[in-house]
Design a protein around this ligand. Structure first.
Ligand SMILES: Cc1c2[nH]c(c1CCC(=O)O)Cc1[nH]c(c(CCC(=O)O)c1C)Cc1[nH]c(c(CCC(=O)O)c1C)Cc1[nH]c(c(C)c1CCC(=O)O)C2
Length: 354
């Protein structure tokens, strides 16, 4: 298949086609560990202004690729743009992370929730996608993304981050119909949103279920995975004769890897807690795997990084179907030289497995 990009290693690996080496990108590769990111963010005035300006979003998307020979670009945005477009009023309190002015607390709040007008309220995102595609000029593929309905629901009900997810889990147990309503409206919004990103030029999409791991076994399947599956079912699978692969990443989802691999996605993202070789045995030929080095490894030395890279590569073993990544986002306190060491180690050490 012709993917219309010079470096199609990432797309091939997602579809488990042969490659010469293991491709990689890093979650949150455009972020505060890069001084050039901090400079653009300062110019933008705030993180949200940065997301909402297609010019600046394009600029920061490309920054990590100028430094490192990464095999994919990821749209610079945030998962919380969707609830923001649904009217919840996203803002970032300095040092406290994301917050919503109007969280969903009452039945009336929940019943008033509407699928946003993607073409209008999230136009700044699809504009960024087209502009990034133009600037990449066919070098590497562009990944689009969204949060899973459960993870977005966590922020929408809690009104921000949380240590225990007590509010959203209480709603889930006490008022399951309300929770299902939130998830169902959000799943519809996310499906339209990801398809709009694909129409604008995203060549693969990733669904971040960052808080799926906070759930019990039964609740994960009923309140998280079922809605991620609805999205995957509704995604555009092919555009202009080219496949658009999808990746589902559930942080803390190692226990459920078999069920996640069964929802029709092309790849499953793994955090660092699970051995990727064991994960591969469990999913067989069903999906590709993306992951899963502990991002904290990047605080060590280039020698340690090389050793840890080799461990992940050898655990995955021979053949295609592996996209190397961190098990979660890169920390803002990472030395960019260590990120460079990681990229070089993956490219060099992975050749013998292909
Ligand atoms: C849960 C979640 C969010 N956002 C996201 C998730 C899912 C992934 C995960 O589990 O981490 C996804 C996300 N957020 C961001 C990206 C950009 C693309 C990339 O380079 O990977 C992506 C894919 C930029 C960002 N999103 C955010 C930053 C830092 C903001 C800044 O510049 O001040 C970046 C670069 C802000 C954000 N956005 C969110 C939080 C909790 C925070 C605060 C984090 C912090 O302060 O460290 C919500």
């Amino acid at each position: 298949m012709n993917f219309n990009v010079k470096n199609d290693t990432f797309l091939r690996a997602l579809l488990r086609q042969p490659t010469e080496y293991t491709p990689l990108w890093m979650m949150r590769q455009a972020g505060r560990y890069l001084p050039e990111y901090c400079a653009t963010r300062k110019r933008a005035g705030s993180f949200l202004n940065l997301c909402k300006s297609p010019d600046m979003a394009t600029e920061v998307t490309l920054q990590p690729l100028e430094r490192f020979p990464l095999d994919a670009a990821i749209l610079f945005s945030d998962i919380l743009t969707v609830p923001d477009a649904m009217g919840l009023g996203l803002y970032f309190a300095e040092g406290e992370g994301p917050k919503f002015e109007r969280p969903l607390r009452t039945e009336a709040d929940v019943m008033a929730l509407r699928v946003p007008d993607i073409g209008k309220d999230l136009k700044y995102v699809t504009d960024a996608v087209s502009q990034i595609r133009k600037s990449l000029n066919g070098s590497v593929p562009l990944i689009g993304f969204s949060g899973s309905p459960w993870t977005l629901g966590c922020y929408m009900v809690e009104g921000g981050g949380s240590d225990d997810y007590a509010k959203v889990k209480t709603m889930m147990y006490k008022e399951p119909a309300l929770m299902h309503h939130i998830l169902s409206v959000t799943a519809e919004a996310v499906t339209l949103y990801l398809n709009a990103q694909i129409e604008a030029g995203a060549q693969a999409v990733m669904i971040f279920d960052s808080w799926g791991g906070a759930l019990s076994h039964g609740a994960f399947h009923e309140f998280s995975l079922a809605y991620t599956q609805r999205i995957v079912d509704g995604l555009i699978k092919e555009k202009d004769g080219v496949k658009i692969p999808s990746i589902v990443f559930t942080k803390g989802g190692g226990l459920w890897i078999d069920s996640i691999a069964n929802i029709g996605c092309d790849a499953v993202g793994l955090d660092w807690t699970m051995d990727i070789g064991i994960a591969r045995q469990k999913v067989g030929h069903k999906v590709a795997l993306q992951g899963n080095i502990d991002p904290t490894v990047l605080f060590a030395t280039p020698e340690v990084i090389r050793n840890e890279v080799e461990k992940v590569l050898s655990s995955y073993g021979y053949g295609s179907g592996h996209v190397f990544n961190l098990g979660h986002g890169i920390s803002q306190f990472t030395n960019p030289d260590n990120a460079a060491a990681l990229v070089a180690a993956v490219h060099e050490l992975s050749r013998k497995y292909h």
